[in-house]
Every structure is written in structure tokens, then in C-alpha cells.
Design a protein around this ligand. Sequence first.
Ligand code: KG4
Ligand code: ZN
Length: 331
Amino acid sequence: MNILAIDTSCDESCAALLDVTQWRLLGDVVHSHVDAMKQYGGVVPEIASREHLKGLPLAIDELLTQTRKTWKDIDWVAVTNRPGLVGALLVGVSFAKGLAFALQKPFSAFSHVEAHLFSALLAGTQGQPVPAFPWIALVVSGGHTELFRVKNALDYEWLGGTLDDAAGEAFDKVGKLLGLDYPAGPVIDRRVRTEGNEAQRKAFRFPRARTEAFHFSYSGLKTAVSLQVAKMGAISDADRLALASSAQEAILDPLVDKIKAAQTQFGISQVVVTGGVACNSRLRARLPDAYFPSPRHCSDNAAMVALLAGLYHQTGKLVASPWEITVSPFA
Ligand code: KG4
Ligand code: ZN
């Protein structure tokens, strides 16, 4: 049985094909809109929707070519319908419904965050080892910063999440204040990794929000960096590096601290970190025992949506969604 999955929750048009019977990922295509967004310094929702209209059919065409499959080989259509940009999600959900109707196959809608959460199991579809349950798992990206206690496949409990900005959003907004290109997360990561040092990481003491339990907050950091930049007036390139290094530590500290607190509280040693920010090399270095999916599987993709549908199928829980199902900005 082959599941075709679609994800259009943000600014990447993604399509993937999973052979559930063989538990093998056949293909995985991501068309990024990053070039269309660069001039705006962030994602413009209306432009993302329009880019999906062009990018999604191309991504699916490419997927079928790459996997040498035809429409007839698709048995089920899986699609992300929440959370995300509603206009962007609507393109994917409408496409999935149209395709399912035309092929006379069922379709099912899934949560993008739940798909990120189980993306750690994608390695298993490529013959590689996967982390054993239970996990403390962090989904950390441009849109989400959510901590979970995962007991088993599809069996988990939400521990907490961001009260305002996501960690990736903090990276991108700090980067914008420093005059870096969007998305700034990878730019900051690379610059700090190649040129940064301990002194620069400690150059500015930016705030770490004292949030309750397993929650996070990053809006204060953005304000602190903005005030610091305004106070300094013109910033040199060395200042920019020191500001970026210190801000990166202020973003990562709460992530590392809350993961460790959850490990202690629940007596769980296995940590899984995924989402775009999980590509960050400093975060990887600070959590040497954690499992990080490959960078391709950490960032937005549809393979994780296909895998989630596959897990529902394996556990006898895969049901077709009704035609009336719609999209939501919320999880
Ligand atoms: O998961 P993702 O591709 O899309 C969302 O669902 O948001 O994550 C994108 C986010 C962006 O905010 C980007 O700046 C951040 O992940 N990101 C990074 C790195 N690579 C991507 N942040 C820090 N370090 C990185 N290496
Ligand atoms: Zn995502």
C-alpha cells in the first residue's frame, strides 16, 4: 500500500510517497519558497499560498517521475490540515481532496506537529536504526516549540510549549535586527560555529524567560536584542557576531534546561529533537546523547506526514477524513 503525502503548512511545497507494506520511503520532494520570501525578510502568507499553487503540482510531478510511479500506484492520500498558515494549508487540503476524488481513494488529514514529533522514525524507512521509546521529545521550528513525553508510537502527552514566539522565529527576528538574510537561523548557526567563541557567547547577558513548568517564551529576547542594537547605534561585524552568539545561547539555554528537567521528572533518558531548529549545530553539540533526525527530516517535509499516516495504518487507526474537513491555524 502506497501513501502519497502532501504538506503546505508554511513556505515549502512538499510531497512524499511511502510504501507502508515494505515500510520504505520511496520519494520525498521539497520545493522551498525561500527565494520569493527573502526580499520581505520573512514569510508573507498570501505569497506562500500563491507559491503553493505553482509549487505543489510541480513537487508531485517530480515525485512521480523520481519514484517511477503513476496515479494508479497511490492507495491513500495524506495531507497536513493544521496548524499553519490557513491559506497555505487550504491549497494542500484542496489538492488532496481533488486528487482523492479523482482517484476514488480515501484521504486523511493530519497535524503537522504530530508529524514532526514522529519524524525520528523516518530513518527506519531507510533501513537505519531509530530511537527506542520512551522519549522526551522537543519539536522546535519556525512555528513551534513544543515539549512532549512520548510513551510509544502515537501515544504521547504534551508537556508544554511556547507562550509567544517559537525558537526559530526568535532566531529569524534576531537575525533581521542584525541585518541578516531570512531565514537567519542557519546563517547565525554557521557564523557562530565558524567564527564564534566562549567570550562572544557571554558578551551580552540576554534574558531567559522564567516560564512555568515546561513552557517557553521568546518575545522578551527579541525586545532585549532590539534595545541593545538601538543603544549601540552602528554595529560592527564583530559586534554582530557577539550579539548573534549571545542571542543563540539565550535561545538554546531554555530548550536544553527544560529537556533535562523533563528527563529527570519522568525518568526518561532518550531525548529526540526535531523541527528546523534541530539542524542547529550548537544545539546538537549541547545535547550529545540526544537523537536528531537528519537535517532534511528535521525541516519541513511530507515524508513525516506519510510516516504518520503509516503509523496510524500500522496501529489500525487510519480512517478516511470526511470531505467537509477544513484547515486550522491551531494544533
Ligand atoms: O521546521 P521548519 O523547516 O519550518 C517550520 O515548521 O517552521 O523550521 C524553519 C525554522 C526557521 O525559523 C529557521 O531559521 C530555523 O528553523 N532553522 C535554524 C537552523 N536551520 C533552520 N535555526 C537555527 N539553526 C539552524 N541551523
Ligand atoms: Zn514544521
